[in-house]
Ligand binder design. Sequence first.
Ligand code: AMP
Length: 363
Amino acid sequence: MIPPGSTIGILGGGQLGRMTALAAARLGYRCHVFAPETEQPAALVSAAQTRAAFDDRAALDRFAAAVDVVTLEWENVPTTTVEHLAERVPVRPGTAVLAVCQERIAEKRFVEGLGIGVTPFAPVADQAELALAVERVGLPAILKTTRLGYDGKGQTALRTPADVQGALERIGGGPAILEAFVDFAFEFSVVTARGADGSQASFDPVENRHADHVLALTLAPARLSEAQRAEAVAMAEQIAVALDLVGVLGVEMFLARDGRVLVNELAPRPHNSGHWTMDACATCQFEQLVRAVCGLPLGSPARHHDALMRNLLGFEAEAWPELLAKPGLRLHLYGKTETKPGRKMGHLNLLFPLGERPDGLDG
Ligand code: AMP
């Protein structure tokens, strides 16, 4: 057990780290952020900061000596960095989890190997393999880079045979993965936590709406049948156990039009679709991460309100005066100084009594 008063190291300096540090502070912990970027929203609310490259061994050694446990807010931290730290201090989640979640083919095979549904897929090393993959998977399909893609970056849709030509170049070359396009009713996600003692707690599944491949809205809870809800939560918890995860895991899913639940992607950290839990649940996803990595009992994930979470992208956050004036609206700003179109600057949560979220908010 790592008691309050200890220091939690966070790899990555973005808003997820920031909200983790805020939750940690509430429980009496100090945070030390390690990240290479100049602008680090997480460091602004942390006790200490190291600005260094993830391969700077000397800086990593100093960081390891200064913290009691390490977690991460970005799953693409190099595994060599995590291995180096793990020889000196507990890192949760660890390298094995990252190795699966950093590479789309490994991730899909891992999930499929658990008997959980994923869309048909095929690895694509080069143009010749792309032709074979298209034969196997069919069209329409989506070609994605195997590593470092997020928010639709490194992806291209293949709708007709004409789209196949030059597709690998459009995503910057292979290796890639071709995925059959899922005809989905909606996208949703489950954020689940697993403690060092194997205890588990999942938030209710939530519905996600994207605009230009970036999450725009989350509706809590998702409009699933009780059976689908239970199936989705069981899947997320099964994945967390199979990964031997200690921490928080976001599992992105599709509800296919034929009613099947398919897993799209895993994120072994707090997830954007879990931001609603900050205002609508007994324990939020960030506190759950702190509890998990410090070996504290997990908190209750119970939802006490229904909610709508909306990301504030780019200049949308400049509407903060009007947003603050709306009764009941909860505003979260990330303290980023540079506004760029599409950049996540903050989010808002709107709360509704249970069962009373109006329809038509998702347009
Ligand atoms: P990803 O980076 O895999 O999370 O993909 C970003 C978004 O692209 C998803 O949230 C979906 O909206 C869409 N998408 C990704 N893969 C598929 C797929 N196989 N079928 C349909 N839509 C997809």
